[in-house]
Design a protein around this ligand. Structure first.
Ligand code: C2E
Ligand code: MG
Ligand code: MG
Length: 924
């Protein structure tokens, strides 16, 4: 009925194609307001707060006559709710509306998850008549529209719409701005909805705990209550508050307490469960109740961390059982004493009385009481309340042979029958198994049996009771699950992985065979987490877990060991080829781009493989070997796999040695600097040099920074090393400036992100400049995107540097996940395009086209932001030509010169470089 008002695909095409022309510049204040709004959004604890923030702020940022927020709260909802967020007063006048999905314009956006923009409706009068309806959240007589899907975690959560009466309100820039805003809102909305869901799940668990008739509780390792449901309080005659912290043993009479303490110790020390232990409980008011207790250990990370227990009140059941037993004994006596009529009279009277008592107990009892032939599986009697339990009439049990036996879960049946066949040696039996309810579902029951004998000691009959323990089992299962599975990804955790690994080790030691461990570490997780936030980081881990599961066989174990580390156990493999194939498959799968809340995220994986070839390796050693191999894969450039060999272990030891050596290197002055020219792509002139650190190791020769800088950062040695580099580089540049005064030269120095944790960066830079005499304008500092993401005070430090005239270069640009808004927030002068983008220029066609457009976008972006661009890693004339065509200002790379020591650099400065002819042919 409303379909004519929603944009169909044809209309959408037209609408979105309309005048992409107008580019009205956006005021700096608007960007500031947007940044402030983004900061405030993150603080919104719930949906209402988020809404209020939008109502307060949006109208200062974007022009509109009407603004709405549509939200589909649950993915399964058939409706969405539309909130008017135009202004506080309009919101008050317009209550939220519930609208079926697909209806209205926001409803359409919710379905197809695409934005659409319309800057001038007056140009399309015939297409949209009537164009809009106020009830769909669009201003009446709207002429400009923007509708943005709010997407997070691969789901469309809502739609933000702006409409304005004036045509031409939403130019290209406004659309970009609104999209940016949309992604900030989506992220916070997703996190709020996720929290809501968590809260509901928690309430659900609470309700489940409270809905069971069993007492459920946990004890700490000293045996004190830490958690209990209401039923526990009722059973013990205490209130919950006084119960928590009370020793479990205190519920029982003194002589029993030792026995119970012993039970608790057994659970903790042996790690086994205690089932169906009958005890006499003393309620607070002094009454006694018979209860049956279960205790089981709760393990966390392989250690027992608590005890989970349950208890049922079996007072009535025991009474009923005793009564039934009495009946049966009486019946036996009756047979034996047939001849003695007088006595029989007495017995019968007694029998009648007991039967009446039994009848009463059976009606009021929550347990099903039954009796069974002792030598087959036929039920001879069952109490009427069985219907409430399993849905069957009592007579169905007694009328059909094996009625009970045929409804035991097929997995449980063999051992249930085995247990019940031991009656010749045992008088009592307890079993827990699953039983088929009439509704075709299985439910856990506890079956307690006792053998009744006649006066000559011959087996007569079995008397038993059934108790519904389904809820208890479910809760136990839930608790057990959380001890062995990772809450975020649902994968087995380290404890479960180690357990399976130990079993695998056992198996190969007993029966030979081969298995492999793959140790995985994501190469870019930290970058994603630091720059896009933890919520996206979490989504990434979940998506990775799903992909891992999808590319393995069901019998393989994939676990999350923690952080971004995963492990896979491949059992029963033929040879080394198997894990290699799997590693390749996993790497291919994980390298596919992911869309997380509107961000396209790439990550690669480094994998270490260890095989169970050494006969007596222990589980931890094998995992360590796989870990070592993974480290090796990382150090060889990431995104690859390595198979563990003994050499690697030796290498790991060597790395440790390197760390020790590095400590000495500072004192022994084993460092030196190489310099690589930075060249103007317009004139071919050297404009400056980048100082690159080298370590002259006494035994191992020249070591590249890729090897030792990570160690220096980890150990904190980066701080003294960096100040040495800065001092040395400034000194050298000062000398060159004096020597080659005609060439305006500057020096770039790389600054590690770790340095920004130091408070005295500015003071140190000042000191070095004044000591070496170098002008601040001749010093450029190179930082990476991680610095911007990791540090809160960095903006302040950077602006102080700028006020001194020291320029800041953003190094390796394009490899981090910094949001483009960083570029506004921080005073950055130059972007250095990472060499990975330059590499494919001038090579195979498809790749090149992609890379060309990335490089071009960076150049355009930089120009708009009044920044310069340096392309890193130019190696060929073709790359140079391509970059010149794209108007890239500066370049650096082997094409011009490799990094050279200071002597060779001096020579380079003395003679005109050979590349001149290539770079600026017209100038020669
Ligand atoms: P970076 O700052 O991006 O430096 C550029 C790297 O690319 C240098 O590697 C340089 O030798 C290399 N390179 C330059 N042109 C080409 C080319 O045409 N092709 C290829 N394949 N490579 C080229 P290097 O010297 O090994 O340094 C690696 C990284 O180590 C640097 O990357 C920088 O992040 C870090 N680094 C170097 N010196 C220092 C330092 O003094 N302090 C800190 N904190 N980091 C440093
Ligand atoms: Mg650099
Ligand atoms: Mg770089």
């Amino acid at each position: 009925m409303h379909e004519d008002q929603s944009p169909g695909p044809e209309l959408r095409k037209l609408i979105n194609a309309d005048s992409l022309s107008t580019r009205v510049p956006i005021a700096q204040e608007t960007l500031l307001l947007l940044a402030e709004l983004a900061n405030e959004l993150v603080t919104a604890p719930d949906f209402e707060a988020l809404k209020q923030i939008l109502i307060r702020n949006l109208r200062w940022i974007i022009d509109f006559d009407c603004c709405t927020l549509a939200v589909q709260f649950e993915p399964t909802d058939a409706d969405y709710i539309l909130f008017d967020v135009t202004s506080p007063s309009k919101t008050r006048r317009t209550p939220p509306q519930k609208i079926p999905l697909g209806e209205g314009w926001p409803g359409q956006v919710l379905l197809d998850a695409k934005p659409y923009f319309l800057s001038d409706l007056t140009q399309l009068p015939d297409l949209v008549t009537p164009p809009v309806k106020p009830e769909w959240g669009i201003a009446s007589q709207a002429n400009s529209l923007m509708l943005l899907p709010l997407r997070a975690q691969a789901r469309t959560l809502g739609c933000l719409s702006f409409s304005s009466k004036s045509p031409g309100t939403y130019s290209m820039n406004w659309r970009t701005l609104a999209s940016l805003l949309g992604s900030q809102i989506s992220e916070q909305l997703a996190s709020i909805l996720a929290q809501d869901q968590l809260k509901r799940a928690y309430e659900f668990r609470e309700r489940v705990m409270e809905s069971t008739t069993d007492a459920i509780y946990t004890l700490d390792l000293t045996g004190n209550f830490t958690l209990a449901n209401q039923r526990t309080a009722e059973m013990t005659g205490r209130n919950l508050k006084e119960l928590i912290g009370t020793p479990f043993t205190k519920l029982f009479a003194v002589p029993e307490q030792v026995k119970i303490q012993d039970l608790i110790s057994r659970v903790i020390i042996q790690g086994g469960a205690i089932n169906q232990f009958d005890l006499e409980l003393r309620q607070k008011q002094g009454q006694q109740r018979l209860i049956t207790v279960n205790l089981a250990p709760l393990t966390f990370a392989g250690e027992i961390s608590a005890i989970v227990g349950s208890a049922q009140d079996i007072t009535q059941r025991k009474q009923a059982e005793a009564a039934l037993l009495e009946v049966k004994l009486m019946q036996a006596a009756k047979q034996g004493l047939e001849k003695e009529i007088a006595q029989r009279q007495r017995v019968e009277e007694a029998l009648l009385a007991t039967q009446a008592r039994l009848q009463h107990l059976l009606i009021t009892n929550p347990t099903v009481i039954y009796s069974r032939a002792w030598d087959n599986y036929d039920i001879t009697f069952v109490s009427e309340n069985v219907k409430a339990f399993w849905g069957y009439e009592a007579r169905e049990f007694t009328a059909t042979q094996r009625f009970w036996a045929d409804r035991i879960h097929p997995e449980d049946a063999p051992w249930v029958f085995a247990a019940f066949s031991r009656f010749s040696t045992q008088e009592d039996q307890i079993c827990e198994y699953r039983f088929l309810h009439k509704d075709r579902t299985y439910r856990w029951i506890q079956d307690q049996l006792k053998l009744v004998r006649d006066s000559d000691g011959n087996p007569l009959e079995l008397v038993g009771s059934w108790h519904d323990i389904h809820e208890r089992k479910r809760i136990e299962e839930q608790l057990r699950y959380s001890a062995f599975y990772d809450a975020l990804t649902d994968l087995p955790n380290r404890a479960l992985f180690m357990n399976r690994l130990e079993h695998a080790v056992d198996r190969v030691q007993r029966q030979a065979g081969l298995f492999a461990i793959l140790f995985l570490d994501l190469d870019r997780f930290k970058v994603v987490n630091d720059s896009l936030g933890h919520s996206i980081g979490d989504q990434l881990l979940i998506a990775i877990a799903d992909r891992l599961k999808a590319c393995l066989r069901p019998e393989d174990t994939v676990a999350r060991l923690g952080g971004d580390e995963f492990a896979i156990l491949l059992e029963q493999i033929q040879d080394i080829q198997d894990p290699i194939l799997i590693a390749q498959r996993v790497q291919k799968q994980l390298a596919q781009p992911l869309n997380l809340s509107g961000h396209e995220v790439f990550t690669t994986t480094s994998i270490g493989i260890a095989l169970s070839t050494t006969p007596d390796s222990r589980a931890e050693e094998l995992l360590r070997d796989a870990d070592t191999a993974m480290y090796r894969a990382k150090s060889l450039g990431k995104d690859r796999y390595e198979i563990f060999d003994a050499q690697m272990h030796a290498n790991a030891v060597t790395l440790l040695q390197l760390e020790t050596d590095l400590r000495w290197a500072v004192d022994r002055q084993e460092f030196l600097l190489h310099y690589q020219p930075i060249v103007s792509l317009e004139t071919g002139k050297i404009t400056g040099f980048e100082a690159l650190l080298r370590w002259q190791h006494p035994q191992r020769g020249l070591i590249s920074p890729g090897v030792f800088i990570p160690i220096a950062e980890e150990t904190g040695l980066i701080v003294p090393i960096s100040w040495w580099v800065l001092d040395q580089a400034c000194r050298q540049m000062h000398t060159w400036q004096a020597q080659f005064s005609a060439q305006k030269l500057s020096i770039s120095v790389n600054l590690s992100s770790k340095l920004f944790l130091q408070t005295n960066v500015i003071a140190q830079v000042d000191q070095v400049l004044s000591k070496t005499g170098l002008a601040a304008a001749s010093l450029k500092l190179e930082i990476t995107e991680t610095v911007l993401a990791e540090n809160t005070t960095v903006a302040e430090v950077l602006s102080q540097l700028r006020s001194r005239g020291v320029q800041v270069y953003l190094d390796d640009f394009g490899t981090g996940y910094s949001s483009l808004s960083y570029l506004h927030q921080f005073p950055i002068d130059v972007l250095k395009i990472d060499r990975s983008f330059v590499k494919s220029l001038g090579s195979s066609e498809v790749e090149e086209r992609q890379e060309t457009s990335i490089v071009q976008s960076i150049v355009v972006l930089a120009r708009n932001l009044h920044m310069q661009v340096i392309a890193e890693g130019i190696e060929t004339a073709a790359q140079l030509a391509q970059l010149q065509q794209l108007n890239c200002g500066y370049g650096q790379g082997y094409f011009f010169s490799r990094p050279l020591d200071s002597k060779a650099t001096t020579l380079l400065l003395q003679s005109p470089p050979q590349w001149w002819a290539m770079v600026a042919p017209g100038r020669i």
